[in-house]
Design a protein around this ligand. Sequence first.
Ligand SMILES: [Zn+2]
Length: 150
Amino acid sequence: MKTRVKEPVLSWGFDDADESEDWEMLCDELSGLISFNEDKTWYGTVSNFGWRNQDGEARFNAENGQELLRHILPETDCCFKIYIEGTEDDTVINIQNYHHDSPVGNEWYEVLPAKACIYCGDILKKEEQHKDKEGNILCEYHKDETMAEA
Ligand SMILES: [Zn+2]
């Protein structure tokens, strides 16, 4: 059964011949692939996994690949495949995770680049972002605030 047509850009723990066997190298490669997001803020959702009582979504800062994986993956031995599609703000990072509670790999994470409100710092996914005239990112609340001032 194939769930994705595309091949993963990175994978870990499957003993493939061409797979990186060095965790730091894998993290470095991922760092390069996600470096387009200068804000370093991310919005993630998970399917088929209770994400630390956060209802399947998380908003977090990750400067590099290692931090991103640390935020996403459960603290257990994992095998995973990383798929990256799209470019820049439209990039979608999908991670299929396998571990003892998820042996068939039906645990999927989706991570999207996000931006923070310049006033309150809340991390906003794309649909939640508003922009002022200067192109600054504002949340729903501060959007109204700045309009009132104008
Ligand atoms: Zn705000």
